[in-house]
Write a protein of this length. Sequence first.
Length: 384
Amino acid sequence: MIQFKVSAPGKVILFGEHAVVYGKTAVAASVDLHTTLQFTELPETDEIVKVYFPKVNLFVSITLQQIREFFLTNNDAGLVDNHEMFYNKVKEFVGIVKFANAQQKFSLEAFFYLFIYIAQKETIHVKPFQVQLDTDLAIGSGLGSSASFAVCLAACFLHWSRLQKDIYEKSDFSSPDLDIISKYAMACERIMHGNPSGIDNSICTYGSLIEFKKNDYMKPIGDVPPMKILLVDTRVNRSTKVLMERLLELKIRYPVIIDLIMDSINNISKEAIKLIEKLKSYPCTNDKSLLDGYSQLMTLINMNQGLLATCQVSHPSLDRICAEAQNYALAAKLTGAGGGGHAFILLLPDTQPETITSISRKLIADGFTVKLTTLGGPGVQIVK
């Protein structure tokens, strides 16, 4: 029986969130916090699919007969090609399966959307299996938890289809595989976010640092020296979809003003890319040119945060984190949709451990949680 494990990282958007939805440049990076999925085929006699998502306290078993009768009939052969009709059918099925809260609802919708979608697209021979999926990422807080979740599911079902067909027995995904995984995950992201830019599923699939524009422009920024950040969780829940809609309302009301702000964020992202590219050429952590480059990056971080606050997508908790970072001559900004969620604080290459400890203690005393992490690790992988 087939069994395997896949893993996908979370992400932070360093520059350009919200503006990226309107075709502007953004810079994103993977972080070394991951979603992991364990897939196990079950005996044919079980005739069941088991779904375990401990993070949202979801443990369900569904009979294969129920799934086949609802989705896998000849009448529904082309249904997956119509997103709205297919998603409505998925929602109807999830209502039958039942759920306790919104997080469980979205998790089940994403699972069945991708399972049925990929089963039809990749002609999977559907048989009993178990999926257990857990994550290091806080849910709904700007770290790409839904994209990491979707990428893991997409990778899982694509890999299963390949193994069934004996297309390969290899240890990792090829570049064409990654393109397919990202495309499938993007379709699923529409469930969570309405009109996503695609940046989250891209960074969770490919990893590293990327320059990104909507409609499939993605350029890796490779060989960047390790960049350390503090990820600060405000512990304030918010909806990406609601925040995007709020900004859209502002844009409709004040189109000239918001367009100028989006253009400014675009220019900040482009300037940041130039600086990050330069960091590759500096040899050591105390090099004066390197530290000057970081100082310029921090200026851009502060500018980007100010523009996002003007667009009413910041939050008092995020403002406090940014102010605390500046007390230590560092810079912080929201990452993701804002309105709560996470902020990141960029650390200098020579930031001392005692400084990290001090700022972390102050933020924890304010009710936040803090994690030290590194940017730019690998994307989705088959776990050895």
